[in-house]
Design a binder for this molecule. Sequence first.
Ligand code: NI
Length: 190
Amino acid sequence: MAILKIARMGHPVLAGIAAPVADPTDPELKRLVADMIETMKDSDGAGLAAPQVHVPLRVVVFQVPGEPIDETLSAVERFDHTAPLTVLINPVIQVMEEVLEGGWEGCLSVPGLRGWVERPRHIRYTGFDIAGNRVSRTARGFHARVVQHECDHLDGMLYPLRMQDLSKLLFESEVHHWLEQQETQNQAVK
Ligand code: NI
């Protein structure tokens, strides 16, 4: 296994449309996926797409350990908020609800920055795992966000291109200012 070099915004591999994988069980793909998982973990990312490691194929890996449990959610909804370490080949996303939700995103290909991105909050995704089995799951919250962000990489889309308001593109080290401001506003409302 190896830690792979990550392409950064501006590299053409991040702007192209990645090709579908012909055979999800190809042994060479297994090696790529193992290296992608190692690279993702090494850089502390929630997900990684193959074009980010200079391989223009429709493969993503991600892991969403879970958010604090919200007691108002049903068991099914809670389940939708987490994902084990997942390899998704030739993914397809279906929006389940048109309702958008905003959240801060970062990207290993856009190091040091964070941006506020609105995305559908409830999706279904399908694809194949590395054994060639079909994967089909529903996702909400950060889980839905991570999957959409990673799959966007397969179509040459980086999160700043999804942003409605570029004043919310910040250096990671400055996000606390924005959060503090929010806090003050919330207290004022109370
Ligand atoms: Ni990314």
